[in-house]
Design a protein around this ligand. Structure first.
Ligand code: GTP
Ligand code: MG
Length: 228
């Protein structure tokens, strides 16, 4: 009889807990869907710029575009690290890199042009720009970062969605991809000789970017060069 009672109590307590979990899960799924819509909106903008520019100038300033939604595990880790409660509103207000788009450009000047072209659109609000091209990180990391907000039109009305943009050259992307792999392999404790080697390769990559851009400008000219 006792066993039966405690099992009943357990189930009675379990039902509201499970339905609360389900509500959190549904909220979270809705939030992730909205971030995906935000990515879709910005990806369309980037694709329009790319195609229109190509048609007009027979030159492609955007080499490659990719997007990703942060995994639930990675969101959870960041929530714990920053002491943010597991709540859709709190997540949306405090984490700005759930929706991410990476744009790889041919030349340094193109990275700024692409950001300007997006930032000047009337429905895009730029919340933050971090220029790691002008001010590289100590390890040599270079990239132009922007946090932007774009409205998505839901059946319930417009909803502003935050999207992180990372815009960089092919050389910067090549470097960042390798650095990322090395960083993860050593779980952040990268041996000194590899840190030195990475810093040196970042310098070589930056030199390549400058020389490629000079070469491009000398052929096409500054005025007739890439414009968006
Ligand atoms: P996070 O909390 O990690 O998002 O960093 P943050 O809010 O300080 O923003 P920051 O602009 O510095 O970095 C955002 C993103 O840029 C990271 O999540 C990485 O994708 C990329 N990034 C920044 N620094 C490095 C770096 O040193 N190496 C590589 N490979 N990527 C970097
Ligand atoms: Mg991040």
């Amino acid at each position: 009889m006792k066993k039966h009672d405690s099992s009943r109590e357990f189930h009675e307590a379990l039902i509201p807990a499970l339905s609360a979990m389900r509500a959190v899960g549904e909220d979270f799924a809705q939030l992730m869907m909205e971030y995906q819509f935000g990515i879709n909106e910005v990806m369309t903008k980037v694709e329009i710029l790319r195609q229109e520019f190509m048609q007009r100038n027979r030159y492609n300033p955007i080499e490659h575009v990719s997007s990703r939604i942060k995994t639930p595990e990675s969101i959870a880790k960041k929530l714990v690290r920053k002491g943010i409660p597991l709540d859709s509103e709190q997540i949306a207000q405090n984490i700005f890199d759930i929706a991410g788009i990476r744009i790889t450009c041919s030349f340094i000047a193109d990275t700024y042009r692409v950001l300007d072209a997006l930032a000047s659109q009337s429905d895009i609000t730029v919340l933050q720009v971090k220029d790691y091209i002008k001010n590289p990180k100590p390890n040599g990391y270079k990239s132009l970062h922007a946090i932007v907000q774009v409205p998505v039109f839901l059946s319930t009305g417009p909803k502003d969605v935050v999207v992180e943009l990372q815009i960089r050259t092919i050389a910067m992307d090549f470097w960042a991809a390798l650095e990322h792999k090395i960083f993860y392999k050593y779980e952040g404790e990268v041996p000194n000789h590899l840190v030195d080697e990475l810093t040196e390769t970042a310098r070589v990559a930056a030199e390549l970017d400058e020389r490629m851009e000079r070469l491009h400008t000398s052929v096409h000219g500054e005025g007739n060069g890439p414009r968006i």
